[in-house]
Design a protein around this ligand. Structure first.
Ligand SMILES: *[C@@H]1O[C@H](CO)[C@@H](O)[C@H](O)[C@H]1NC(C)=O
Ligand SMILES: *[C@@H]1O[C@H](CO)[C@@H](O)[C@H](O)[C@H]1NC(C)=O
Length: 245
């Protein structure tokens, strides 16, 4: 049913329930109907505008959604880049540290060389007097780089550089107590106690030696010398690379 026929129907109903309605002098029925019609048209026009606005709003929302999607994607990309950047930073820092270490060692990476041993690996040992006066330190605490040979007692420098050595000797007053630190068969430093009445003696010594690759260092008894050791580790020998050269 059109809006116009609805209006007519309404008027007819009014005329029935209120006789004299159409005859009222203060109401121009024609004018009133035209106004109602105008009002209806205005309402319809407004509704069309509202619908258009609604479509516009939906289009805007779709664009907004698309923008939000784009931003979300960009944020994910940014997060990934940030992660990659942190990763690179960590690796860069590690590389910088390595470069610093290399610079400090004069361009050569320092190999890890260090050993420490005592004479006896079981029971008691009296070494010397004997013809082969080399002391063979059998109880090895550490031997990083395998430069010390526990079968011969000889340390062989794997690379040229400055090395630190220390040894300690212990013994009783029956013999000369002490030993010599030898580099390629030549005495460098020593410990020495003549036989005296005081029972037992202990002494130690240390040196920094400059070695070429292949140089040999070991500890050797004096002629007629004797040292003692047991698992208490009285007679010891150790050394390590300070820096390569
Ligand atoms: C925009 O996104 C919201 C939330 O995800 C959703 O409810 C809405 O339907 C979307 N609008 C359009 C036009 O795609
Ligand atoms: C890298 O080093 C810089 C400067 O020393 C420091 O600020 C940064 O936190 C380090 N980054 C990482 C990931 O270690």
């Amino acid at each position: 049913m059109g809006s116009r026929s609805l209006l007519v129907l309404t008027l007819l109903v009014l005329l029935c329930v209120e006789p004299g309605f159409g005859q009222r002098g203060d109401v121009d029925l024609g004018e009133w109907m035209r106004a109602q019609e105008k009002l209806t048209q205005d309402l319809q026009e407004n509704q069309r505008r509202v619908e258009t606005h609604q479509q516009d709003l939906e289009a805007l929302e779709a664009r907004l959604n698309a923008t939000v999607d784009q931003l979300t994607g960009q944020k994910a990309d940014m997060d990934q880049l940030k992660e990659e950047n942190e990763d690179l930073q960590t690796r860069l820092n590690a590389s910088e540290m390595e470069i610093d270490e290399l610079k400090q060692s004069g361009g050569k990476a320092a190999p890890h060389i260090a050993f420490s041993a005592s004479l006896s690996n079981s029971g008691e040992i009296y070494s010397g007097p004997c013809t082969d006066k080399s002391l063979i330190f059998k109880r090895v605490f550490s031997n990083t780089g395998d430069a010390y040979d526990h079968n011969t007692g000889i340390f062989t420098a794997p690379v040229g550089g400055s090395y630190f050595f220390s040894f300690s000797t212990y013994g009783y007053n029956t013999h000369v107590m002490g030993a010599m630190l030898m580099k390629n068969g030549l005495l460098q430093i020593s410990t020495h106690e003549s036989p005296t009445a005081d029972g037992s003696d202990s002494s130690s010594n240390a040196a920094v030696l400059r070695l070429a690759a292949g140089d040999r260092v070991h500890v050797e008894l004096w002629d007629n010398g004797r040292v003692f050791d047991n698992l208490n580790g009285h007679t010891t020998f150790c050394g390590f690379l300070l820096f390569p050269m």
